[in-house]
Design a protein around this ligand. Structure first.
Ligand SMILES: Cc1ncc(COP(=O)(O)O)c(C=O)c1O
Length: 495
């Protein structure tokens, strides 16, 4: 099979990424059919005049993302994408009708340093989710950049900037997205926001006029649920399994807005495989729906290359991509962003002007310089190693201590889930017992996540591991074991 690829040696994009993107396009276009073989890497490399390694890396990524599969020594063969069964849209998810507003007195505050529970005190060994390591913040570089900016450009402090965000930052974000997530956007599709939460609100407000019902993962991120549950619209919570949102249970009615976290489902940590991603896009097309892809922690992937974002597969039609620097740099910056399909740009920029008329200049300018000067890439490379070591140590400690513990969602991000075996106390009870001993581990009901089924089995404990070092992790898991053994003894005593 001949593949016609055109590589540009002067492009910013690495050659292996160019090979990957172009072969992927050819497969998705149906130019190579399922079951057909890719040309051997040596042959393609000779034809393209690149090293064989370049082609092999691109091929490995195609295999990792499920476009092709190796058959022994016979080579790589194109997979059927997506399987027909996944495209059959069945009814099955329930719909709920909201009350008009939430009772704010009974809702936990979102990701505030004092949560869960509202008090400011934190347990000593705390696995609260999604906190970047304070010691990992690039303070010296940040200080240098800020001082330099303040010495040179103070007029920006007294002036308004583009409501969509500082142009340099939007350019830096779009370049990063193209390289890291294969999302082909330009700066005039990026709106800078106050963290990911503001971006979710922006997209919701932009689309609510086009929307008849809201679809959301169940369980899901509390912040997204707060927006959806506050809207006076029909909600369809869609169940999640080990491959993320169940696309076969999406409602077939026209005009939905779907919130989804395909790279690292929040909270279960599932990664959505390619076939489901494509099924989602087909569903959106067939039902004239829009998707909000929340890619909150995808800068951290430890095993294999990241899967192309939904927005990268969609070609700028139906996916609004939401990102945040809260995990990758620091939540205190309060910088996130949304990308919008071109046809929504004017409306989105106007909406942002109406909501807040732009963002603070200094943090945006500092972040733009941080990315442009290469510090961001170096920072991510360093933190990926630090967090991977912590993840390894947590998984190792859990499996050793709790005899082959089932751990989910550890391939990426800053948290994972331990699915408790039967016979263990409910996660909420373990959370309380651990808290009394200065250990913070969290049930899904603790505040970070939201379940539309209050009666669902309470057997998942969430561990955010990014701000504890390996020694603290080992100590905490050891203590957790003693707590659980103590509880088992007490249960036996009363049984
Ligand atoms: C799934 C998910 N989405 C979005 C966010 C938004 O974060 P922020 O508003 O801090 O940028 C978070 C934060 O924890 C999250 O966990």
């Amino acid at each position: 099979m001949e593949l016609t690829l055109t590589l540009d040696a002067r492009s910013d994009k690495p050659l292996q990424a160019q090979v990957f993107d172009q072969v992927r396009e050819i497969i998705l276009d149906g130019q190579i059919k399922a079951g057909m073989a890719l040309p051997p890497s040596r042959l393609l490399a000779e034809r393209l005049r690149v090293s064989r390694n370049t082609v092999m890396l691109a091929y490995e990524r195609l295999a990792a993302e499920g476009y092709v599969r190796a058959r022994g020594t016979a080579g790589l063969f194109v997979e059927p994408i997506p399987p027909d069964s996944l495209l059959l849209i069945q009814q099955g998810s329930r719909s709920l009708t909201n009350g008009p507003v939430l009772d704010a007195s009974s809702e936990p505050l979102l990701c505030f340093a004092g949560s869960p529970g509202g008090g400011g005190d934190r347990p000593e060994l705390d696995f609260w989710v999604g906190r970047s390591d304070p010691a990992g913040f690039p303070l010296a570089i940040w200080r240098r950049i800020v001082m330099r900016l303040l010495a040179r450009e103070t007029t920006y402090l007294t002036d308004y900037c583009d409501p969509a965000g500082l142009p340099e930052l939007r350019t830096a974000i779009s370049t990063h997205l193209r390289r890291a997530r294969a999302v082909a956007v330009t700066e005039d599709q990026v709106i800078v926001t106050t963290g990911g939460q503001d971006a979710l609100n922006l997209v919701f407000n932009l689309l609510k006029g086009h929307t008849r019902q809201l679809c959301i993962e169940n369980p899901c991120y509390l912040g997204a649920s707060l927006i959806f549950r506050n809207a006076d619209m029909e909600i369809h919570p869609v169940p999640v399994d080990g491959e993320g949102l169940r696309t076969d249970l999406l409602p077939p009615a026209k005009g939905s807005l779907l919130y989804v976290t395909p790279s690292h489902q929040f909270p279960t940590g599932a990664t959505m495989p390619l076939a489901r991603r494509l099924a989602l896009l087909r569903w959106a097309e067939e039902t004239d729906s829009y998707i909000v892809e929340d890619d909150y922690d995808s800068d951290f992937r430890y095993d294999g290359p990241p899967l192309t974002a939904l927005a990268g597969l969609d070609g700028g039609r139906r996916v609004f991509y939401v990102g945040t620097f809260s995990k990758s740099v620091g939540a205190g910056l309060r910088i996130g962003f949304a990308t919008v399909p071109r046809m929504f740009w004017d409306e989105a920029r106007m909406l942002k002007a109406r909501m807040s008329n732009g963002q603070a200049w200094l943090e945006q300018a500092a972040l733009a310089a941080f990315i442009d000067e290469g510090h961001f890439d170096r920072h991510l490379r360093r933190l990926r190693q630090v967090y991977k070591a912590r993840r390894d140590s947590l998984i190792g400690a859990l499996r050793r201590t709790f005899d082959g513990a089932v751990v989910l969602g550890g391939e990426s991000g800053l948290h994972l889930v331990w699915r408790l075996p039967s016979g263990y106390p409910p996660a909420r009870q373990i959370q309380h017992l651990a808290r009394e001993q200065g250990i913070g581990v969290y049930a899904l009901s603790s505040g970070a996540a939201y379940y539309f089924d209050p009666g669902a089995r309470d057997d998942m404990l969430v561990f955010g591991y990014s701000s504890l070092n390996e020694t603290q992790i080992e100590t905490a898991v050891g203590q957790l074991q003693r707590i659980l053994l103590g509880q088992a003894d007490r249960d036996e005593g009363t049984g």
